[in-house]
Design a protein around this ligand. Sequence first.
Ligand code: SF4
Ligand code: SF4
Length: 325
Amino acid sequence: MYISLHKWTNIPFNIFNMSRSKKQNSDNRRSFLRKIGGITLGSAAAMAGGVSLANAAGIKSGDKVKLLSSDGSLIEVDRDDISMASPVPAPENRNREGIPGKKFVMVIDLAKCRNAKKCMKACQQEHQLHPSQHHINVLEMQDTEKTKPYFMPKPCQHCDNPPCTFVCPVDATFKRSDGIVLIDNERCIGCRFCIAACPYSARSFNWKEPKDAKKYAGQEYDIEKNVPQKKGTVTKCVFSADRLRENKLPYCVSACPNGVYYFGDYNEDAVTNGTTKETVRLSELLAENGGYQLMPELGTKPSVFYLPPKNRLFKFDEAKNESNI
Ligand code: SF4
Ligand code: SF4
């Protein structure tokens, strides 16, 4: 009997319930122990994308290992039933390579954000998101009791040292040469390790059917847009990678009516304002306005910079009621 624990046959995570000789079991066990090296029980769940289960009818050591199955339940198996499987190479032509020579960067001017949330709306519309889902979120912030509150748009920071990608057991999320961190939802097994690893809470899980699922059914998956969205997978900001291929600014950047967003190329030291279309030197913009990154002490090296909310152009309480989202 053959039981597949995984919904895709190309992910090597299967149970073979078949008879084996004692010698086969012993060879298999030695081979497994040689290959598994220093991997411990505690990391067993992280191994789920790279192991096969075998030898279900053989002699067991009684040494149990916990694994995450594709339906999200924790299962316990005998260590002797596990053998290492070859990694599945990423398919070609998936736009896993970045746009040559580019290193994309975003600057968000907090003094100008007045909670219009047009960025959120444009993003939700383009990325097939329910109103309750967002790749970019406009947060209400107040740093101390003595300082005034302000609004802070927060997308994925497209970190240069992205912890989310390091924990993915199936290489579904990755960083490209142009700095963009993407998710291939046709590889994602929904383990949500990346959500736990992201210190910026930039990722969310598709718990239910995506918005307008029927309308998008049959549409070819676009990894740069992460559409169609897929239930049981993770989603997040993609820096509008599809628009960048067309030399256009991201959807959120173009939709903002208040000049909050600059977007451009770190290598060219140039960013363009999405509202005014003015292009300025990135280094000067940051140096002259006290630009900073979120939680730099973590060493994640975000590609998103903020300008502090000084000399705000609006009253917070009025702006709080401005958005209709
Ligand atoms: S913000 Fe989070 S999801 Fe985005 S690249 Fe950094 S760690 Fe990954
Ligand atoms: S949920 Fe995140 S860590 Fe898990 S497979 Fe999907 S992208 Fe990778």
